[in-house]
Design a protein around this ligand. Structure first.
Ligand SMILES: [Mn+2]
Length: 289
């Protein structure tokens, strides 16, 4: 069966387009030969991706659609539900959503096989928020504990999974509608935390009654999520795409480069007190290899 990858590039800032283009080129870079895969980008700026359109399916969405996805409270991360619901209307396929700050690192053959076998994925398991010492997670737990929506009650242990990746086999595509229902239901009961969509994906993918397999698997062995080193990766990816456009590389040529010369910056670089004290920048561009 076909597997359909997607990511979202919404908003005027060109950096969103830069990140999504690189994320999807990194998918192309690691597809096994003759893989049954469709790579897509959902965007409100389709012209930015015209140079990739012979290889990547560019799906234009208008402002009204984006507004409908965000819902009455203008909640941006709800778009990550809307886009997968939309992808499910494009024909039979296993569905994979990647954040724009995901980079695929190794051959996707085994990932595609496990997904086709009926396994759901998110990026990786984080923490049980009911026992978390982090203030933000404690707030989220206080807001959601004991609440019921979409036929699911939020209980301890409430294990949070990172939503940089969401993948669902075609047979379980109905779960996406249940994620929407759970997110909306929790928000209607006063949940305002910005991670409610990520929590809803994790809860439905782990606990929804009637799941075909109980296992939610981590996609982290195949891909990295560089959200904690944006300055480093934004700069390096920006330079790569600038060179790609100056040289006129095709999508296939970009993918070959990414495979041969992968970006190996640290995934996490934080500004510490001594950076401020010494008036220096953290080493965002330091390589790990
Ligand atoms: Mn992310």
């Amino acid at each position: 069966m076909l597997t359909r990858f997607t990511t979202l590039a919404i908003g005027d800032q060109s950096i969103y387009a830069v990140r999504t283009a690189y994320a999807m080129l990194s998918v192309l870079a690691h597809l096994p030969p003759a893989a049954e895969v469709e790579v897509t980008i959902v965007t409100d700026h389709p012209q930015r991706f015209a140079w990739l359109a012979d290889t990547i399916r560019i799906i234009a969405v208008d402002a009204a659609t984006v507004a409908r996805w965000k819902g009455p409270t203008n909640y941006f991360f709800r778009c990550e539900i809307g886009v997968l619901q939309h992808l499910a209307t494009l024909g039979e396929a296993n569905l994979v959503y990647l954040d724009s700050d995901i980079i695929v690192r190794r051959d996707l053959g085994s990932f595609l096989a496990v997904l086709a076998d009926g396994t759901r994925f998110m990026h990786m398991q984080e923490r049980d928020i009911d026992r978390s010492r982090r203030a933000g997670e404690q707030t989220l737990w206080r807001q959601v504990r004991g609440k019921t929506a979409a036929g699911l009650t939020i209980r301890a242990p409430c294990t949070m999974w990172n939503a940089g990746v969401m993948a669902v086999p075609w047979a379980e595509r109905g779960l996406i509608d249940q994620v929407a229902e759970l997110t909306d239901g929790l928000m209607a009961q006063g949940v305002t935390h910005w991670l409610v969509e990520q929590l809803a994906y994790g809860q439905v993918f782990q606990h929804m009654p009637g799941l075909r397999t109980p296992v939610l698997q981590a996609a982290a062995p195949w891909m990295d999520h560089w959200w904690d080193n944006k300055p480093g990766y934004d700069a390096a990816i920006g330079e790569f795409l600038l060179e790609a456009r100056l040289q006129g590389w095709t999508a296939a040529e970009c993918a070959a480069r990414i495979r041969q010369q992968p970006l190996t910056l640290r995934l996490s670089v934080r500004r510490r007190w001594y950076h401020r004290l010494l008036r220096v920048e953290p080493r965002h561009r330091e390589s790990t290899s």
